[in-house]
Write a protein that binds this ligand. Structure first.
Ligand code: BGC
Length: 909
């Protein structure tokens, strides 16, 4: 009705003029999330997308209104903040500019924008964010547990028993709930039910942080879960990341929780039920749980016998436990894809082995009918032995075994593990009395709930499979922190693996919330000396980070900045980056930094990890010293820290010079090691003096040819090998490598059964008990080349976040089509091309409020048209139009500046 009225008014006012308002902004996000509740960012940043699809759509001004109710927004009477009309093109991460925000309050907001013709849109549908707890005074809760001393053996690790808890409270009959919230946390983790129904649908809350410093809490809207009369809060506590073979935290800590339920009644009164010693606790039905080893659930144990005073005892205060409490601002871990077994085999010993067809990280739903006490054991693995049983050798100390002990009701029983997950494709089930069916077991992938909006497809199915494998690797390793692998006795936040994968991750998904949180874990791991460790959150056995690992603290914020334009991430992490670089400066002599392990003298770092051709690891110190110093100097510049910017910038030529002097072998005209890596890393990161660039490139090419077009690189050089070749006129060689099928190559993995990315180029050949994971994402970095070169979508550093970006698709011989979608904060970017043997067609979508530098391949004879209009004829530029401006023809490509919108370029040669 409102719309109809609006158009009627428009008709009257305009008298039928053609100009009408463009559609209102959509996809409103606050701190990277849709309608987040319980955040503690005091100046939240707001993002919206213009939904206008007309060519040239861009924002010239915006107006934001913030109010305590949506009705006030509807009436255009915002009682919190009205930005007024702000002449600005910024639509990404615009800081809230109103008065100080209050704990626990919900803020509704809306935005309208003025387009390129200064025509304003309607206001958007309202969105909201809700504040969490901003000060310690907002909490009445206390940390509670069963025991605080290590002498108690009933709940102390390593018994690994989970605890149950409950608390009864009454809501008077005459009260009506206006709103209710729960703020919950635990060490390690919790489940939370209200009146017998699960509230937290996410997994592994409150997520992994450096527990010695910080624990997150999570906010739940439970307004419709409270009833008049008696209510029961209940749940379980489990170990999650607090216990395991790799010592994450003080293993002597007992499980503990902290939380409060707050109810506001319609009469304005409030009731708070906070954790204290009136809460009851007891060992739970999960009789064993660790991430690595698995979970045992005894369904016979009834945890609803709340009046059993022998079982349930009062919780105790754990007074000497004081850590920072922060809101969980990132996306929680959630259940995503469900997969059914594609194969079920019976082993001679009566066990069944189920193949879900895909290596994943996650849980599952088991549905069985059993007798009371019947134990069903599930053992998880990525691969099988020759006899068809699960091969767990590569999980090392991780037992990856769950037990479900049936209640025996005669009904179908259902079980989903709570405090464990596994990295697996196969599960071996013993203890079943009947053969499993497809209904018995459903695999459930769990990972941090970021938006996976990136897509890539081409006419080569092996490449498509590799792409999908990389996405699965990404999902399985982004579980609260980015990990090396999700299955063996590791699953740790190894920084090196993550930094090199981050450009790929940012093409695949919106990682802003996740990385904002994880970089805080990195800050929490920085030592007073300034160094960080290889892993965040840290382990007690790690020391100064190795080159390429520690440098994640500069590279990861920088990658997020490049793909979203988020200056905040640079600001938040500036001291982290600076501390790390200053540490390297302090450790260097005459501008030469050589990392040497403090724990293992003579160890110069992990180097270009697990390559085919070993490269000396020592040069990586200097290369990454340069990388981090360069990023720091750029960050300083962006943040207006002129002195720092100048100081660190001035170091760069000195570091580069020292690198060349130390590691270049004049006689061989090659960098020490003479491998692909030895030349790729200094070339890509700009440490090679001008006069040696050509030769260094030639060294790379010669090596690739000598290796018969195979990559022989490790985790790091692999990421840059193809981009270097494509950028220097050797795209055909890059494609030859990318489509290579014999060992070592990406597609070799695919053709040998990989469904994720292997840790080693030859994981199928290495002994199973060695370091040999089937789900390490590092070799998946070639996917950034799929998006960035085959489809050609790349951010431009000077206009970060895709405000202005590049679409330089590079067709390859043997490919008939490519299509890719990349998420930007402005909306989806698309680039697709087809080649029918004669004509190339390039389709692209440039989101509203962005522009692109487009280029397409041409010959001297090419005719290039866009949507039927000839822009280049016989190799000569013609005049363009408002939206597509031909710029130049250079090195076989025609360049255009293109406004927002959808375009189709056709090229006839
Ligand atoms: C991990 C790697 C990690 C490495 C450090 C391994 O055990 O799985 O991916 O980066 O250790 O060398």
């Amino acid at each position: 009705m409102k719309r109809l009225l609006f158009f009627l008014t428009l008709l009257i006012v305009c008298g039928g003029c053609s100009k009408y308002k463009s559609p209102e902004p959509v996809a409103l996000r606050c701190e990277y999330r849709y309608n987040p509740i319980g955040i503690d960012v005091t100046t939240p940043r707001l993002t919206w997308e213009m939904s206008d699809t007309v060519r040239g759509a861009c924002q010239t001004a915006y107006q934001i209104m913030v109010a305590t109710t949506p009705e006030l927004l509807e009436k255009e009477r915002p009682n919190i903040w009205n930005s007024g009309k702000v002449r600005s093109a910024q639509s990404v991460l615009v800081p809230y500019g109103g008065p100080a925000l209050e704990s626990g309050k919900r803020y509704y907001w809306t935005v309208r924008v003025w387009n390129e013709d200064n025509v304003k849109t309607d206001y958007s549908q309202p969105a909201f964010w809700e504040m969490g707890k901003l000060s310690r005074g907002d909490w009445q809760a206390q940390w509670i547990g069963l025991r605080d001393t290590i002498s108690d053996m009933t709940v102390r690790f390593p018994s690994c028993r989970s605890l149950s808890y409950y608390k009864r409270f009454t809501v008077p009959a005459d009260k009506k709930v206006q709103s209710a919230r729960a703020y919950m946390t635990a060490l390690g983790g919790y489940t939370f039910d209200m009146n017998g129904e699960r509230v937290n649908r996410e997994f592994f809350s409150p997520g992994w942080t450096n527990y010695a410093k910080r624990i997150q809490y999570v906010t739940y809207d439970i307004s419709d879960r409270i009833q008049n009369g008696e209510n029961i809060i209940s749940g379980m506590l489990g170990n999650l990341w607090t216990y395991g073979f790799k010592k994450n935290f003080d293993n002597e800590m007992t499980l503990r929780m902290f939380g409060q339920v707050e109810i506001t009644y319609t009469d304005g009164s409030k009731q708070v039920i906070a954790t204290d010693t009136s809460w009851k606790m007891a060992p739970s039905a999960i009789t064993f749980n660790t991430f690595y080893d698995g979970e045992t659930y005894d369904a016979r144990i009834d945890m609803t016998d709340y009046d059993n005073d022998i079982k349930w005892v009062n919780a105790r205060y754990l007074p000497n436990f004081n850590v920072e409490l922060d809101a969980q601002n990132d996306e929680p871990v959630k259940a995503h894809e469900e997969l059914k077994p594609v194969e079920i085999n019976k082993l001679p010993n009566g066990d069944y082995v189920l193949n879900i067809g895909q290596n994943i990280a996650g849980v599952y739903r088991l549905k069985v009918k059993g007798t009371a006490g019947q134990m069903i054991t599930l053992r998880f693995a990525e691969v099988l032995h020759e006899d068809g049983s699960v091969a767990q050798e590569n999980l090392r100390y991780a037992k990856a075994t769950d037990n479900y002990i049936c209640k025996g009701t005669g009904e179908l029983e259902e079980y989903v593990p709570t405090f464990t997950f596994h990295g697996y494709q196969y599960v071996q089930i013993s203890g079943l009395k009947e053969a499993p069916t497809a209904e018995t077991f459903t695999a459930i992938a769990t990972y941090s709930d970021m938006e996976f909006l990136g897509e890539f497809e081409c006419s080569n199915n092996l490449i498509n499979k590799f792409y999908q494998n990389t996405k699965w690797g990404h999902k399985g390793n982004f579980i609260s922190v980015a990990t090396d692998c999700p299955q063996r006795d590791e699953r740790l936040g190894w920084l090196g693996d993550a930094q090199v994968f981050m450009p790929t991750a940012n093409y695949n998904a919106r990682t802003g919330g996740f990385l904002t949180k994880w970089t805080r874990d990195m800050r929490d791991s920085q030592t007073p000396e300034g160094y960080v460790t290889d892993i965040a959150p840290p382990m007690d056995w790690v020391s100064v980070a190795a080159p390429a690992w520690g440098d994640a603290v500069t590279l990861i914020p920088w990658e997020l900045y490049r793909s979203t334009g988020d200056k905040g991430i640079l600001e938040q992490n500036y001291n982290l980056m600076k501390g790390w670089v200053d540490f390297m400066i302090h450790e260097s002599k005459d501008n030469l930094y050589i990392f040497e392990s403090r724990k293992r003298p003579g160890d110069y770092g992990y180097g270009d990890w697990v390559p085919v051709d070993m490269s000396p690891s020592r040069p990586l110190s200097q290369i990454y010293f340069h990388v981090s110093t360069e990023i720091l100097s750029k960050a300083a510049d962006i943040l207006g820290k002129r002195d720092d910017a100048a100081y660190y910038k001035a170091l760069l030529p000195k570091i580069a010079e020292m690198f060349h002097k130390t590691y270049f072998e004049e006689e061989a005209q090659n960098y020490v090691g003479h491998t692909q890596c030895a030349n790729v890393l200094p070339y890509w990161f700009g440490l090679v003096p001008d006069e040696w660039k050509e030769k260094t490139l030639q060294n790379i090419i010669d090596n690739v040819v000598a290796k018969n077009y195979h990559p022989t690189t490790g985790f790091y050089a692999t990421a840059y090998l193809l981009p270097i070749l494509s950028e220097t006129g050797h795209h055909d060689m890059a494609w030859k490598l990318a489509s290579q099928r014999t060992y070592p190559s990406w597609l070799y993995m695919v053709e040998h059964g990989a469904t994720t990315i292997w840790e080693l180029w030859n994981s199928d050949q290495e002994p199973p008990e060695s370091m040999n994971s089937r789900n390490h994402y590092a070799y998946g970095t070639v996917v950034a080349w799929y998006y960035g070169y085959l489809a050609g979508i790349r951010p431009i550093e000077k206009t970060p976040g895709y405000k202005k970006f590049t679409i330089d698709p590079m067709p390859a011989d043997g490919l008939q089509y490519v299509k890719a979608t990349v998420p930007s904060e402005y909306g989806l970017i698309k680039s697709a091309w087809t080649h029918d043997g004669k004509q190339y067609t390039f389709d692209m979508t440039i989101p509203a409020n962005t522009t692109a530098n487009v280029s397409v391949p041409v010959t001297e004879k090419s005719q290039v048209s866009e949507s039927g209009k000839v822009l280049i004829d016989n190799g000569k530029r013609k005049s363009g139009n408002k939206y597509v401006k031909p710029l130049k023809i250079e090195n076989g490509r025609a360049y255009f500046e293109v406004a927002a919108g959808e375009y189709q370029f056709t090229i006839n040669n």
